[in-house]
Ligand binder design. Structure first.
Ligand code: 2M8
Length: 429
């Protein structure tokens, strides 16, 4: 799309609107993604949202992260949702998940962008004494979280962690899960979804997907969240590129934090070894004939050959070789040209691409930020600038929606959305 510069007055009012969005979504120390549709604290939403708070209320930004860690399990996992207060506007709630820790939560995690966000927060903090104090307090919890990812989700040291649920990937109905999810049984009980009463059902996942999402939730509960049992028997097991890439970058960021604060020890050395294993293993997700990284269904050992934006995150992770990065940059250039706004979450030339249906095509601002960061750091500034410019245009055109239609720029899903407002504050304005 054409370059538009934001004049000072517009930038100022967009900034005010973004701050107001975070304040309106603040439930007293943690931020809901948006009222109604998502009335609890989500893991990667909070990490991204803290970057927005950082621009105008640093203590509040640190509090967001502290409250998220208050729900950390004894085994180190930081859950994907913390159900701090009851709400009837979301399904499935805490009783369906059945994980009654001190704070009710789900039993899976989400893309671990936390350490990366915390490093960014420390580096941009105006109150560096406060930032240093907070990171020092949080460091051990972050280490435990990363140890959980590698030990619990890659107990056989393959270098590639597995995920057990599309909700864990954060990219709920990505076409990369279609085949693997199809093999999961459906739940045999009736339920009432709430999402489709807040948002047009044509922008949400299908019932056939929810039936399987819920089967898996129930499976974890029935087996008492037993790590070993679930690893051995879960009917859905993916090497998800989004999680692998985000975890990898976050581990490197954690080590940098540890260096800065003099907190590295034998546990972080172990994390560094795990990261090396990922570097050695990632090549198995690269397809030579199509020059792209794909997710893998671990149960069938087959690559899910559909180009989703998760593949581009390997650049952000520093997991792509120089030649792979060049080739991914060419693919990204075509991707950008294929629709008016970029980056569509599924490449528009794929037959499964749907511009309005959630993670099957729409643009997500935090993913754009990560992809652009990766290309900028690898020296592909044109690609990075183009993505950033398109992202600005989206916000100018439609404001702070949950996600955007790549063909029209129309806002989709929930309105007044925290991570969209936060990315605007952090990266665009
Ligand atoms: C979406 O996922 C939730 C389940 O976690 C849902 O649809 O009910 C995803 O976009 C996810 O990535 C995001 O964290 C969450 C809250 O914004 O919504």
């Amino acid at each position: 799309s054409t370059a538009v510069t934001i004049d000072k007055a517009t930038a100022l009012s967009l900034k005010e609107l973004a701050k107001q969005t975070l304040k309106d979504n603040d439930l007293g120390g943690y931020t809901v993604p948006t009222h109604g549709l998502y009335p609890f604290q989500w893991n990667w939403d909070s990490a991204i949202t803290a970057l927005g708070w950082m621009k105008f209320d640093e203590p509040r930004a640190w509090q967001e992260i502290e409250i998220l860690f208050s729900g950390q399990w004894d085994n180190g996992m930081v859950p994907h949702i913390l159900f701090h207060k009851n709400s009837e506007t979301y399904f499935p709630g805490p009783n369906i998940w059945g994980a009654n820790r001190a704070i009710k939560s789900t039993s899976i995690s989400q893309p671990p962008v936390l350490a990366t966000a915390i490093k960014e927060m420390l580096e941009t903090a105006k109150d560096s004494a406060l930032a240093t104090e907070k990171v020092t307090q949080l460091f051990n919890k972050l280490v435990e979280y990363h140890l959980w990812w590698y030990n619990d989700r890659d107990p056989q040291n393959t270098g590639l962690v597995v995920t057990y649920h599309p909700w864990e990937s954060g990219m709920d109905n990505s076409p990369a899960w279609d085949d693997a999810l199809h093999a999961v049984p459906c739940v045999d009980w009736e339920y009432t979804r709430r999402d489709t009463s807040h948002v047009d059902p044509s922008q949400r996942p299908h019932k056939s997907e929810y039936d399987r999402f819920l089967y898996l939730v129930d499976f974890f509960k029935r087996h008492n969240f037993d790590s070993q049992y679930i690893f051995d028997n879960c009917p859905y097991k993916m090497n998800d590129l989004g999680i692998i890439a985000i975890l990898h970058r976050a581990t490197k960021d954690l080590l940098i934090l540890g260096d800065k604060l003099g907190l590295n020890d034998e546990r972080t050395e172990y994390l560094a070894k795990r990261a090396k294993m990922t570097e050695q293993a990632i090549g198995s997700l690269w397809c030579e004939s199509s020059n792209y990284f794909y997710c893998r269904n671990v149960l069938t050992n087959s690559l899910a050959k559909v180009k989703t934006s998760a593949g581009l995150l390997c650049v952000y992770a520093g997991l792509a070789t120089k030649a792979q990065t060049e080739s991914l940059n060419n693919t990204a250039q075509q991707w950008i040209e294929a629709s008016q706004f970029s980056i569509a979450s599924t490449h528009p030339s794929e037959t499964c691409y749907e511009p309005q249906r959630y993670w099957r095509g729409p643009i997500w601002l935090h993913i754009n930020w990560m992809i652009a960061l990766g290309f900028a750091e690898s020296g592909f500034t044109n690609t990075a600038n183009h993505i950033q410019q398109d992202t600005r245009n989206l916000v100018l055109t439609s404001g702070y929606y949950e996600y955007f239609n790549p063909e029209t720029g129309a806002g989709c899903g929930g309105k007044n959305f925290s991570w969209t407002a936060a990315i605007a504050l952090h990266w665009l304005l």
